[in-house]
Write a protein of this length. Structure first.
Length: 580
């Protein structure tokens, strides 16, 4: 006999304040919402660990026997309509467990559940799928019927139908199962809404954490622990990374699909380390880079300002510059910096031609180039170099008939005169409040290191008061040693567990094995100094101190003879004679 819920509810002690919810636990008179000085966050369920839906006596509404009845999915076949009085099983699965006590991996879906005692070892869900698609009089084919997933159903809705019409023949798929398991997907989650930062923030961690495949999540978490031990991650970072991995696995539409980088970056909206998650996924080979580089978006926005024929021609140039061309006329790929500079230098002239009514580069003549080039100096050399790069490549690919920039002198880039920096700004940077900024300034100001060299400096490059750089041993100046000592003490205090091999680390790089960015090096010098000017100041000072000894500059700073001559040429400059 089933006792009505109203009888069960009468046995519960109600809160003396709201008279609605049961008391929080035995011996108190309030629920957690009406707790004096509250409300108080209830503890997790002692049976299932749920942090929501608390009822009373340490149990949630799903686990407490007197809680209002609720409906959920069946634990075995996922049919909707299971209730607590059947241990969250539908009637069919409850009877299936009694008739088939053997537990193991299903032959099709690989879930650890109760399997059929005879025939193919499959679970009830795969069995019902095969029974639904079986033709009258044919044998049961669980492997073939479950190739493309299963059709879910409502609980306790199966019944014998004597007037059932013969079903259509099952569709024969061309892909055959491979040895050791099926070659088809084990499940596929249809997409209702695309994953966005707003969706993740609205659902929260708890709702997204349980969607991952347990086997894949276990492999990724084991790899995350290995990386954490290697890079010195904190316990919190490791815990958040494992949570992010499970959520990222649950965001996929297909079990065998890799995780898209665009979806992994959304983890930052719920305060999870997307960089660490992508690091683990990348090492396992489960990360698919689908993000568009910022340079591609910028180049597309710039080219879109041109007329369609001209934009198509410039896009052709951009494609060859980026990826090269293995067939004649062959061309090697160029760096992103080179492509960006050429496009920036040529774009003003191209926009001017478009404003004049030219729709294609085929309409441009030599007179147009001569008329619209800047008259003198670096602007003329830069615009000429950018236009020559475009026209020469398109002419070689036979997109254009002629190259209108041929035999037009545009000059060469003029070298700027190296000048000393302001000493007041230099002193302020050397005495910066942040030890890392002061150490970067000291290295560049005393030893003329470039930004790239500062980026790549490793802890082992500085030892015994000597800097070992590019095959050279440089004796560190006393102020540099003091600045580096202060920074290393700060680093040990701020990031005691980091295993980064690089000398300079930040909050972003302390938990990885990548160097700091060049932008960070520039910002470390402050707004009034630049790395190039500070390096030039040091080399210029050495050139005047040695009377223009080019060999000394080459040995001390690793310069070529041509680069050193640029500094020795200033020895007799009237504005720089005060330096000697």
């Amino acid at each position: 006999m089933t006792v009505p819920h109203s009888v069960h509810a009468a046995r519960l002690t109600r809160c003396t304040v709201c008279q609605q919810q049961p008391v929080a636990m035995r011996g108190v008179k309030f629920c957690f919402a009406c707790w004096p000085g509250g409300p108080v966050n209830p503890p997790p369920c002692v049976r299932c660990g749920a942090t929501t839906g608390y009822f009373t006596a340490g149990l949630c509404r799903r686990c407490h026997r007197y809680a209002p009845p609720s409906v959920d999915s069946c634990l075995d076949c996922y049919a909707w309509g299971a209730t607590r009085n059947q241990s969250w099983l539908c009637l069919g699965c409850w009877q299936w467990r009694r008739a088939n006590p053997t537990i193991g991996p299903c032959a099709t879906c690989q879930r650890i559940v109760h399997l059929a005692s005879s025939g193919v070892k499959v679970c009830r869900l795969c069995y019902r799928q095969a029974a639904m698609l079986r033709d009258p009089g044919s044998d049961l084919d669980p492997m073939g019927a479950n190739r493309r997933g299963q059709q879910l159903f409502l609980a306790d809705m199966f019944h014998r139908n004597a007037h059932r019409k013969p079903s259509k023949p099952a569709k024969v798929w061309s892909d055959a199962p491979q040895a050791g398991g099926p070659a088809w997907p084990q499940w596929r989650q249809l997409v209702l809404l695309p994953a966005t930062g707003r969706v993740l923030a609205g659902r929260g961690r708890a709702a997204l954490d349980g969607r991952a495949d347990p086997q894949q999540a276990a492999v990724l978490e084991e790899r995350a622990r290995d990386i954490a031990a290697l890079l010195g991650w904190t316990d919190r970072l490791l815990r958040d990374t494992c949570t992010g991995l499970r959520i990222a696995l649950g965001l996929r539409d297909h079990r065998d699909d890799p995780v898209r980088a665009s979806e992994a970056t959304l983890l930052t909206t719920i305060d999870l380390p997307a960089g660490a998650v992508m690091r683990v996924l990348g090492e396992i080979g489960m990360l698919a880079e689908d993000r568009d580089p910022a340079f591609d978006a910028w180049a597309a926005s710039q080219i879109a300002q041109l007329p369609d024929p001209m934009a198509a021609e410039v896009s052709d140039w951009l494609e060859v510059m980026r990826h090269g061309n293995p067939t004649p006329p062959r061309r090697r790929p160029r760096s992103r910096t080179t492509i960006e500079l050429h496009l920036r230098w040529a774009l003003p002239t191209l926009l001017r031609w478009a404003a004049q009514g030219h729709a294609s580069l085929r309409e441009i003549t030599r007179d147009d180039v001569v008329r619209d080039l800047p008259p003198l100096g670096n602007p003329r050399a830069q615009a000429g170099q950018g236009l020559k790069s475009i026209f020469r490549l398109l002419k070689a690919r036979k997109v254009l008939f002629t190259d209108p920039t041929a035999r037009i002198p545009t000059g060469r880039h003029q070298d700027q005169q190296p000048l000393p920096v302001d000493l007041h700004d230099l002193r302020d940077a050397l005495n910066a409040s942040k030890p890392a900024h002061a150490a970067v300034t000291a290295l560049i100001a005393f030893h003329a290191l470039g930004p790239g060299q500062v980026q790549r400096l490793r802890l082992t490059d500085v030892r015994d008061g000597t800097l070992h750089l590019d095959g050279r041993s440089i004796l560190l100046a006393k102020p540099v040693q003091q600045a580096l000592t202060a920074y290393l003490n700060h680093r040990q205090t701020r990031w005691p567990h980091t295993n980064s091999p690089y000398l300079f680390v930040t909050t972003r790089t302390a938990s990885s094995d990548v160097p700091v960015s060049r932008r960070w090096v520039w910002q470390a010098l402050g707004p009034k100094l630049s790395a190039a000017n500070l390096r030039q100041d040091r080399i210029l000072d050495e050139a005047h101190a040695t009377g223009g000894d080019v060999r000394r500059l080459a040995d001390l700073f690793g310069l070529s003879v041509k680069a050193g001559s640029r500094y020795t040429a200033t020895i007799d400059h009237p504005d720089l004679t005060a330096l000697t």
